[in-house]
Design a protein around this ligand. Structure first.
Ligand code: GLU
Length: 321
């Protein structure tokens, strides 16, 4: 009898260990990071985070893995649903999740921030022969706004609305994923696509080397108004000379990419993740050119959800907050 219950107990504890996933602190903690399409910046940025975390695994036992996903909205929803531990999300998308605004059905009070990443710009890539040179020039054209889980679609739809361009004004509203957009543009299945992304990105490098493209300025009163109303938007410029054929800077606006999680992430795990990144910030910045200009000050500002307590502990220890 005694032996049987002992066996039962050890079976139950084995089960507990194998099912605990990221809830388990210390040894063998698995952390999944949701990113975006493989040709964007989220995917390599998530890879850089995991690389630094995994580098110190013997100290903390965290095994970090990166997933290519549909983007910001997908990541935020999946964190709320418990399918992802961490994800990258545009600050505007995280703000909407926190407040329960469209496309989110309800508030996400458990959403937490770890830190901000690179700035992203609303980028409108068009075939040069489409002759689109302004936002209004999109009327009657085939424009990809983005797949439903992307921040891309969210932000570009909001922009169109603010600028009085109805979806029905477009000849076609594209819903392709980020990785599919360049091929569709090259094959003349689209006149243009929006991508809310850090620069440089492989996605635009790829299309710019094979097809004559332009980046359209995303400017005007409607854009100024959006920026004035939303604290997370700022004017930006896509620098000249990073994409073939784009020889002058392109004015637009943008938002920061942020690393978000939920209150379910154990305090210790959050602490170790931010310590791995900030403790190796110089290395982190070299892992993708869009990360080059990061510094602790910019990485702790512009966050839409409260900072996770584990991350906060590290920032306080460093005297940054
Ligand atoms: N900001 C984009 C989105 O949330 C993703 C950009 C990227 O993958 O670098 O849809």
């Amino acid at each position: 009898m005694k032996r049987r219950s002992l066996l039962l107990i050890s079976f139950a504890s084995l089960l507990a260990i194998s099912c605990s996933g990221s809830q388990e602190e210390g040894k063998n903690t698995f952390v999944s990071v949701g990113t975006g399409g493989v040709t964007g910046v989220y995917y390599p940025a998530g890879g850089a985070i995991c690389r630094l975390v995994n580098q110190n695994r013997k100290d903390h036992g965290i095994r970090c893995s990166v997933e290519s996903t549909g983007g910001s909205v997908y990541n935020t929803n999946s964190i709320a649903g418990g399918e992802l531990d961490i994800g990258i999300a545009q600050a505007d998308v995280a703000d909407k999740a926190w407040k329960g605004q469209e496309p989110f059905k309800e508030k996400m009070p458990d959403l937490r921030s770890l830190f901000a990443l690179h700035p992203e710009s609303v980028s409108l890539v068009v075939r040069r022969e489409s002759a689109i040179t302004t936002l209004r020039g999109m009327r009657g054209k085939r424009i990809n706004l983005g797949n439903p889980g992307s921040g891309n679609a969210r932000t570009s739809e909001e922009l169109l609305k603010a600028c009085d361009i109805a979806l029905s004004d477009l000849a076609q509203v594209g819903r392709l994923k980020a990785a599919e957009m360049p091929d569709a543009l090259r094959d003349d299945k689209l006149d243009g696509y929006f991508y809310v992304v850090g620069h440089p990105t492989a996605n635009i490098k790829d299309i710019a080397t094979t097809t004559p493209v332009d980046l359209v300025p995303v400017t005007g009163n409607c854009v100024d108004q959006l920026i004035a109303e939303r604290p997370y938007f700022v004017k930006t410029e896509i620098p000249a000379g990073i994409y073939q054929g784009i020889d002058s800077p392109v004015p637009t606006y943008g938002v920061r990419a942020t690393l978000v999680t939920s209150t379910d992430l154990p305090e210790k795990t959050a602490y170790q993740i931010v310590k791995s990144v900030f403790g190796n910030l110089d290395e982190f910045k070299t892992l993708h050119p869009a990360l080059n200009n990061l510094n602790p000050k910019s990485m702790l500002s512009g966050l839409s959800a409260p900072i996770h307590p584990g991350a906060l502990r590290y920032y306080k220890e460093m005297g940054w907050l």
